[in-house]
Every structure is written in structure tokens, then in C-alpha cells.
Design a binder for this molecule. Structure first.
Ligand SMILES: Cc1ncc(COP(=O)(O)O)c(C=O)c1O
Length: 387
């Protein structure tokens, strides 16, 4: 089922998370708990499928075929109760690539695009790198829960130059899993004002008990026609380095534009091992995923309870999904650069600085808890020690 407690040495594996520690945090003693990949080995079935494929010894151009389509349609039906047709699928090396392609294919220069801040930093680049304009619908912090400011949302959506809304569900970094009610309301407002919804659902397999992920495209058939969904097994099964993801588009005309955009920029084939891993993960990975979620839930509980029982200076949000926890450090009264120094120099822990998610993230930090308990305990001890 997978060993989630064994600490695996990732140093010298060209790991972004572990091998860039010194370069990024200027100290090789820093404990990396930042970028969103997990310190857990992929499911055994995925490992074996890759080994089998590697032993074939021929690694030429590889097609995405009907067997792979079926693995995706099976997964979507089973996990998300969404019956998708194979002809809705477009393959792409990654969700970030997909966002860049979709923005270029379906908006014009100078168009405005709405995002809900604080947000995963590449959302800004996917808009701004192509001469489009970011419009923010900042999330509202009500007590200890982030919510959508619907008045502001509709006001921004109404702007006739605003043509696209990029949704993050579950939301990185705040950890909200948007409810059916919230999704319906956002989708209806977008429909009323003719704004296309792009939904990044990369974290949607990682949902904690008592919450449920609802693909926004499934709210109704009519809404589904106005949604483009980006998905991938890479967060779920720790396959980010294999570069295989997909886009689901029900509207044929829009799908054609996206296909052409990818083709014209040379993204017309996937990585051989990415294809193998995606198929194996979706066909055989569900039991492993159940166990993973239990481990993450336990890690989350530990971080929240331990930190909250020792200090009132920082507050950890009880995330509803993802393996990323958002931490409110505003009580420390530090400027963004001071906060950054506090964690890297004093606590010697490598987290994501909240301000990189937008101005609304100033005073916050993001921690990745997808690692063996031993690392989580060490991380929490370092934070508390520094405090
Ligand atoms: C919301 C979100 N979208 C996309 C990605 C990255 O996706 P990919 O590696 O497929 O480009 C991440 C990674 O952290 C993410 O959090």
C-alpha cells in the first residue's frame, strides 16, 4: 500500500524541493517544506509500470491512445461522478502549460482575466505574460475561513473587457474546497455576463473528510459548456516530474482552438513515462490514495493542534483539501521580508512566502505537509523553537 513513514533521501536526485535548498534559502540546513511535491514514493503499481516500460529499452515518440482515455474517464466517473467523453480530452505536459495555452487560445490581448487572491503565483504569469490584465477578486477572511466576495465578483465580471475567470478548486494556498452553492453562484454570474470559466482542479483528488470536490463543469450541462477544466494525476500520485496532464473541454469549437494552440507551440506529444504512470495511477492507485489522505489528515491535525497549543502568535488554517497549509503570521508584526528571514534564518525551515501569492498573502506563509511524520514534527519544532 506504500510506506508513508519512511524518510527517503532525495538529495542528489535533482529534486527542486531538496537540491535547491541552499540556492534558494541560502543555508543547506534549512528543512524544505515548500514546493508542492510530496516526500512519498508513488504507488507500487505506478513504480512497477514505469520499470516495465523502462525495460523495453526503446523510448521513441509515444501516443496517447484510447486505453489512456479510458483510464481518465474511469477515474473521473469513480472519484468525481463526472461522465466525460474521450473526445473532450486534450493532453498537455502540465497544468501551468495548459493555463498559458488556454489564455492565448481563448482571449485577446488587453482582455481582463479574473483570479481570486491570494493565489498560486503562476496564475498571474499565465495572464500577464501574454499581455492580458489581471483583475483581482480578493477572498474575504471571515473569522478563520476564506470566503468569496460575491458583490465584488459580480462587479468585476460585469466589465465588458473581462472575458475569462480562472478558478482554483481546491484553492491553493487557502485550502478551500468550494461548495456546490458557491460554485453555482460563481458559474451563474459568469454565464450571465458571458465570461468563460477555466477551472484548475489539480488538487481535487486530495480532499479531507466531510468535504467533497465538485467539478464546476458538472453543475449543469449549460454551465459545463462554459467551463474548461485542467486536471492531472501529478499532485495526487506525486508524478510532477513526469509531465503529463490533460484539459477537459466540452465545447468543440473551444477545444479545437486549445488543440491548435498546443500544436502550434510544439506541445503535441507527452512524455513516455508520464503516459505509463498516468494510466497505472488511475487504474490501480485508489487504495494508495485513501491511505495517503489519512496520513495527510493526521499530519494536518498534528500541525494545527501542536502549534495552536503552544502559541497564539501564528494560526494555521484547517484546510479542506490539498496538502498545503496556510499560516497566518500577522500577529508576529513582521514586514514580509522580516517574516521571510524569520523562517529561513531563525527557524531554518523552507516555506513559501505568502507575499508571492499576491499582496493579500503578506503576513502569511504556506507549508507542505506531504512528508513522513518525522519531518512534520521536526518542522513544527523548528517553528516553535524560533518563536
Ligand atoms: C493550483 C495549481 N495548479 C497547477 C500546479 C502545477 O501544475 P503542473 O506541474 O502540472 O504544471 C500547481 C502546483 O503546485 C498548483 O498548485
Amino acid at each position: 500500500m506504500g510506506d508513508f513513514q519512511k524518510k527517503v533521501d532525495r538529495i542528489n536526485t535533482r529534486s527542486v524541493k531538496w537540491d535547491l535548498t541552499e540556492k534558494i534559502f541560502k543555508d543547506k540546513e534549512v528543512l524544505p517544506m515548500w514546493v508542492a511535491d510530496m516526500d512519498f514514493p508513488a504507488p507500487k503499481e505506478v513504480q512497477q509500470a514505469i520499470i516495465n516500460r523502462a525495460q523495453h529499452n526503446l523510448y521513441g515518440y509515444t501516443i496517447t491512445d484510447n486505453t489512456l482515455n479510458e483510464a481518465i474517464t474511469y477515474w473521473m466517473q469513480k472519484r468525481h461522478n463526472w461522465k466525460i467523453a474521450p473526445e473532450w480530452i486534450t493532453y498537455s505536459p502540465g497544468v501551468v502549460t495548459s493555463l498559458h495555452m488556454i489564455v492565448q487560445a481563448l482571449t485577446k490581448e488587453a482582455d481582463k482575466i479574473l483570479i481570486q487572491t491570494p493565489i498560486y503565483p503562476p496564475f498571474y504569469a499565465a495572464v500577464e505574460n501574454h499581455g492580458r490584465k489581471v483583475v483581482k477578486n480578493p477572498l474575504l477572511l471571515n473569522g478563520d475561513k476564506y470566503e468569496i466576495d460575491f458583490t465584488d465578483f459580480e462587479q468585476k465580471i460585469k466589465d465588458k473587457d473581462l472575458t475569462m475567470f480562472i478558478l482554483c478548486n481546491p484553492h491553493n494556498p487557502v485550502g478551500r474546497v468550494w461548495t456546490r452553492e458557491e460554485l453555482t453562484k460563481m458559474a451563474q454570474i459568469c454565464m450571465r455576463h458571458n465570461v468563460l470559466i477555466v477551472s484548475d482542479e489539480i488538487h481535487s483528488d486530495l480532499i479531507f473528510s466531510s468535504h467533497k470536490h465538485i467539478p464546476i463543469a458538472t453543475i449543469s450541462d449549460q454551465i459545463g459548456e462554459n467551463v474548461i477544466t485542467c486536471h492531472s494525476p501529478s499532485k495526487t500520485f506525486n508524478l510532477a516530474g513526469l509531465q503529463a496532464s490533460y484539459i477537459i473541454t466540452t465545447d468543440r469549437r473551444k477545444k479545437l482552438k486549445i488543440d491548435n494552440q498546443l500544436m502550434n507551440q510544439g506541445f503535441h506529444l507527452l512524455n513516455t513515462f508520464g503516459i505509463t504512470a498516468m494510466e497505472a495511477a488511475y487504474k490501480h492507485g485508489e487504495k494508495w490514495l485513501h491511505r495517503l489522505i489519512e496520513i495527510l489528515e493526521e499530519n494536518k491535525r498534528y500541525v494545527i493542534e501542536t502549534i495552536h497549543s503552544h502559541t497564539r502568535k501564528i494560526k494555521v488554517f484547517d484546510s479542506e483539501g490539498t496538502y498545503l497549509l496556510w499560516i497566518d503570521c500577522r500577529e508576529l508584526g513582521l514586514e514580509p521580508q522580516e517574516l521571510k528571514q524569520f523562517f529561513r534564518t531563525k527557524a531554518k525551515i523552507g516555506l513559501n512566502d505568502g507575499y508571492t501569492f499576491g499582496k493579500e498573502g503578506e503576513g502569511f506563509m504556506r507549508i507542505n505537509i506531504a512528508c513522513p511524520k518525522e519531518i512534520v514534527v521536526e518542522g513544527v519544532n523548528r517553528i516553535l523553537g524560533a518563536l
